[in-house]
Design a protein around this ligand. Structure first.
Ligand SMILES: Nc1ncnc2c1ncn2[C@@H]1O[C@H](COP(=O)(O)OP(=O)(O)OP(=O)(O)O)[C@@H](O)[C@H]1O
Length: 320
């Protein structure tokens, strides 16, 4: 397995990574997500070996990475690097041969990947003649052509059309199902939710959530959608009846509420029943995008700096 262990890295005064650790197991697709500037590329560059951490290390099956181990990996760096004048198939074969793959095996692997990525018809074209999205597909093929068991991919899906996303996802899923480890960064959270077995959320260089999307849901606040046949204003009565209950969405017929840790769902149901017939009572499963927003919006773990001015009264709200 691939282990990033307590990586820290600064650029001058900027703390890019702060004690970052996570693990990617064989047969696992790991999505690495975070806000702009959170430290994803820095972490990937350290795994790639183009950047040294200030502290911490990266291990593969318990052994700290060296150039020998790294050569076995497949990379898709942020700076895409293909030779523009080379033909697509020729380029892939060239890269596979650099990894010691035999000519016949390399040619077959290149053809298979081009077919899977819907690029067979462009096999004899120069890389520079392809659109950016198609060059990106070739870049993925370049990362995979020597059949690596670990793949580290920086935003492999950005800029691809939906067919490109699907074909790339299928190629990666097939490798993962065959036992490979894949870690990729992305801002496309729906895609990460759909594809990944595990997700790490990084904020300001720290990992703030790690696990399957279901694991992350388990730690999220519990929300319920209710439809109660009661008088208008029933949501106010409900929030008054259950201490700590928050109204998240007050629709015409139904409402979404968030339970405080102290209350259980039966208390909520009883309180709703006391107001009228309950037509709907459904747990709301947060999407990864919603989980992400709540995790990155949480205040940092450090103790807050005390305010220098005493807090004033409620903020004035301007009329629209
Ligand atoms: N070469 C550099 N010199 C100085 N600061 C840097 C350098 N590279 C990155 N940084 C800073 O380190 C922090 C982490 O940057 P990084 O590129 O790793 O984030 P990221 O999560 O990949 O962001 P994005 O999603 O925008 O690509 C940011 O504050 C960034 O400005």
């Amino acid at each position: 397995m691939l282990e990033l262990d307590r990586l820290s890295r600064r650029y001058g005064d900027v703390v890019a990574l702060d004690d970052l650790s996570f693990t990617v197991r064989p047969g696992q697709m790991y999505g690495f997500v975070g806000t702009n500037g959170a430290g994803k590329t820095t972490a990937m560059r350290i795994v790639l070996g183009v950047l040294e951490p200030d502290s911490g290390e990266v291990r593969w099956n318990g052994t700290p990475l060296d150039q020998g181990i790294r050569r076995e990996f497949g990379y898709m760096p942020e700076e895409r690097g293909l030779y523009p004048k080379m033909q697509v198939h020729e380029h892939l074969v060239y890269l596979a041969r650099l990894h010691g793959v035999s000519g016949i095996t390399a040619a077959k692997a290149a053809s298979d990947l081009l077919e899977a990525l819907a690029l067979s018809e462009r096999a004899s074209d120069r890389v520079e003649s392809l659109s950016l999205g198609n060059q990106q597909r070739v870049q993925l093929a370049a990362a995979l052509v020597h059949e690596p068991t670990v793949m580290v991919l920086d935003e492999p899906f950005s800029g691809l059309d939906p067919m490109g996303v699907d074909s790339m996802a299928a190629v990666l899923r097939a490798r993962v199902d065959a036992g490979a480890s894949v870690v990729f960064s992305s801002h496309q959270l729906e895609l990460v939710e759909r594809l990944c077995d595990a997700v790490g959320i990084i904020r300001a260089g720290r990992l703030v959530a790690d696990g399957s999307v279901d694991d992350l849901r388990g730690t999220a606040a519990r929300r319920y959608r209710l439809d109660v046949g009661a008088q208008p204003g029933w949501t106010a009565s409900l929030t008054a009846a259950v201490p700590g209950l928050t109204l998240v969405d007050d629709g015409d017929r139904s409402a979404v509420v968030e339970l405080p840790p102290s209350a259980d769902d039966q208390t909520l149901l009883d309180a709703a029943r006391a107001l009228g017939p309950v037509h709907q009572f459904t747990p709301v499963r947060p999407t990864l995008a919603e989980l992400f927003r709540s995790v990155v919006a949480d205040p940092p773990a450090e103790p807050p700096v005390p305010p220098s001015v005493p807090p004033s009264g409620p903020e004035k709200v301007e009329a629209a």
